[in-house]
Design a binder for this molecule. Sequence first.
Ligand code: CTP
Length: 406
Amino acid sequence: MELNGKHIVLGLSGGIACYKAAELCRALIKEGATVQVVMTEAAAQFITPVTMQALSNRPVYGSQWDAREPNNMAHINLSREADAILIAPASADFMAKLVQGRADDLLSLMCLARPIDKVPLLIAPAMNREMWAHPATQRNRAQLKADGAQLLGVGKGEQACGETGDGRMLEPQELMQDLIAFFQPKVLAGHHVLVSAGPTFEAIDPVRGITNLSSGKMGFAIARAAQEAGATVTLVAGPVALTTPRGVSRIDVVSAQDMMAACVNQADQATVFIATAAVADWRPDTSASQKIKKDGSGLVPKLGFVENPDILATLAQSSRAAKGELFCVGFAAESHDLLAHATAKRWRKNVPLLVGNIGPATFGQDDNALLLVDANGAREIPRNDKLALARLLVADIAKRLVKQSD
Ligand code: CTP
């Protein structure tokens, strides 16, 4: 229930994407929000207020002359009680109206009348690709941003008109993720966070290899939490089938050596490195170019191993880390004696913060418990789902960054 207690005014202007607003309304309510729908006359050509009322469980507003409000000022009442106004879909015409500050229908009137510092306005554009690309629309988009609105992106792909390009409204789930992210405190604004996640896979031959049970879920949750906190995020991911969090750049790698190369490459721009990956400690000393076959003798192939480079230790020893420009955070997946191992690992890796967790209790799970170990001791973050833990960890790291720069 990510939107518990939030009151969202969902504004629909005219466009075929109105059909997605029905699903969005439902999704917002499922996440705990209350939703008040306001529609323009054009929106009602595409989807009926009956549908939106049934989904939101509230009468829909459409006219500035609606006498249901005792003071007859729907535009004031509706905008005062909102935690955010989300216009989805926002048509080209409606964006132009907002830019001009016009107020000839309830939705535009309400946007103009909203307390600009208290009630955020989020815009999800939806239109044909030519309309979107038109200089007038792009000008309006820039002006809306300058006027303090939050411009959400547009999707790319096939459009209802049969053309293909930019301008589709984002999918309901994407809009919801953006709204949830919008409400998170921007404690990492201006930072560039590099996250390593997942297992690595060390090939024995083209069809076999050694790996481990890391699911990558904790690292992906941290990448999402850092992005929600306003950071630019690069996620270097081992072989996992997880969806990339919105707004995060992802680099897929397979082996520890690939992960090392990608992390070293990205670390120049990063201000924070969070090493959640369960990097394989060893790799086979040779990797056969063809599948190793049984020869019928019953003899097993002899495998030799070499140690993989330590990505975290390497970046923690870099000159940027030494100068305080790269804050490194390690993870420790242990099976026992968590505090002792995590404390020793922090020293060994030379990182200011090491996060311990019990590997077998977390690999593949949706929840976890963390032990934060630093120079002053240890603090436990009790068991919770991984996204909640990731947000707490991000908040903790942000505080350390502020202290460090003081
Ligand atoms: N790590 C790394 N590169 C490696 C090994 C580990 O970057 N080659 C990072 C992990 O991402 C994690 C931390 O180092 O942040 C500790 O990883 P862990 O596997 O718990 O420890 P190891 O260093 O491998 O030590 P051991 O296996 O002996 O517990």
